[in-house]
Design a protein around this ligand. Structure first.
Ligand code: SF4
Ligand code: SF4
Length: 369
């Protein structure tokens, strides 16, 4: 899919279509698409670029930030190199400050995210931020983003989210027809590509009729925590190699950003778009109660045997919030909970596998007693 995306970007650039790099699910892709541009996710998932990043950034920083910055420093990300604009979302402190170091050599727009997302004035502020972002794109790309273009982009993104939700829903079956590792592949780094949407439809038809032979005593896992960007799927692979199927991923590369759609009936499409993104339950918001509601809903729907939380090293917001997630899993949902803190280096893979296997053994013992 990445190679396919590269071809797609080159063709689009050849036609004069701008590329906008984003690094957070809060950025409304509908606004970018309505500006006639391509929204491309630039989050780094490779360990190989981290040493270059550590020449500038502190070593004790989240690997996602370091890997992304390493791509910037080494010039090895073709999508970053082709980007006409980078959206610097004010998420965690590490990302914010990393963007500052990128800004002297990259065209950048700072998008300020709400912090107290639950408050009504936070929504008003966010609507204004989205309007300013729209005005910036109109200015930079010499275009007019009409309500009509916005509604068309909303319909396209709603369709994309709907297809990805249907694929994810296959995992509710007693014997899901695909693994979590296969499911995460069905996610493009570019949004709104018709060819991808057709592939999602094909995959849906294929897996709908497919029976996967489940392994003996397969454990169903609800995975939560940080995003698993392309190239950083190691922990997901280790969990499934230990005899599990990850039936639900609550994170930003999984279900979190696709559960809500933009309301097409709302009179003002910018407000409708802002509302959809405003609800995203990210740990950088406070309080982040909606994440716990989402976990409750996902646990009821996907029927996991346990909750595993992945935290990238030095990701303070997810690390601290894991206190509440553990409590929710163990006390309320009555599900065993395991937190895995790691980075992109494979050096602790054996230790992670041992911890995951021990958790699964305990679950199996309980099931047979
Ligand atoms: S986890 Fe938070 S900061 Fe990261 S992509 Fe999701 S919304 Fe953005
Ligand atoms: S995983 Fe955590 S520290 Fe890393 S970029 Fe996302 S919110 Fe920031």
């Amino acid at each position: 899919m990445i190679e396919h995306c590269q071809d797609f970007v080159e063709i689009a650039k050849g036609k004069g279509q701008p590329v906008v790099g984003i690094m957070c699910e809060f950025t409304p892709r509908e606004i970018i698409l309505a500006a006639g541009a391509l929204p491309v996710c630039l989050c780094g998932g490779s360990a190989a670029t981290i040493p270059a990043a550590e020449q500038v950034l502190p070593a004790n920083l989240c690997p996602l930030i370091k890997s992304t910055f390493g791509y910037h420093a080494t010039g090895k990300n073709p999508f970053l190199n082709r980007a006409d604009l980078i959206v610097a979302e004010t998420t965690c402190d590490g990302k914010k400050k990393m963007f500052e170091l990128m800004s002297p050599t990259r065209a950048m727009y700072v998008l300020e995210l709400p912090q107290k997302a639950g408050e009504p004035d936070a929504l008003e502020h966010w609507v204004q931020e989205v309007r300013k972002f729209k005005a910036h794109l109109e200015n930079q790309f010499h275009t007019q983003i009409t309500d009509e273009k916005l509604r068309a982009a909303c319909r396209l993104m709603n369709r994309e989210r709907g297809l990805r939700r249907q694929l994810a829903d296959l995992m509710t079956r007693d014997h899901p027809p695909l693994t979590g590792r296969q499911l995460i592949e069905l996610k493009s780094i570019i949004s709104g590509m018709e060819a991808d949407l057709q592939q999602y439809e094909n995959a849906l038809n294929f897996f709908n009729q497919q029976q996967r032979q489940p392994r003996k005593s397969e454990i169903r896992v609800l995975l939560t925590g940080v995003p698993i960007v392309h190239g950083a799927e190691r922990v997901l692979e280790l969990i499934e190699a230990a005899g599990a199927v990850v039936v639900a991923m609550e994170n930003c590369t999984g279900l979190k950003p696709i559960l809500d759609d933009v309301d097409l009936d709302e009179a003002d499409p910018v407000r409708a778009i802002a509302k959809k993104y405003h609800h995203l339950p990210c740990s950088v918001m406070t309080p982040n109660t909606r994440r716990f509601e989402m976990l409750r809903t996902l646990a009821a729907k996907f029927r996991p045997h346990c909750v595993i939380e992945l935290v990238w090293q030095a990701c303070l917001t997810y690390d601290i919030e894991s206190f509440h997630v553990r409590k929710l899993a163990e006390d309320e949902l009555q599900l065993p909970y395991l937190k895995i803190t790691t980075d992109y280096s494979p050096s602790d893979s054996a230790r992670i596998s041992a911890r995951v296997e021990a958790l699964f053994e305990t679950i199996r013992e309980k099931q047979s007693s």
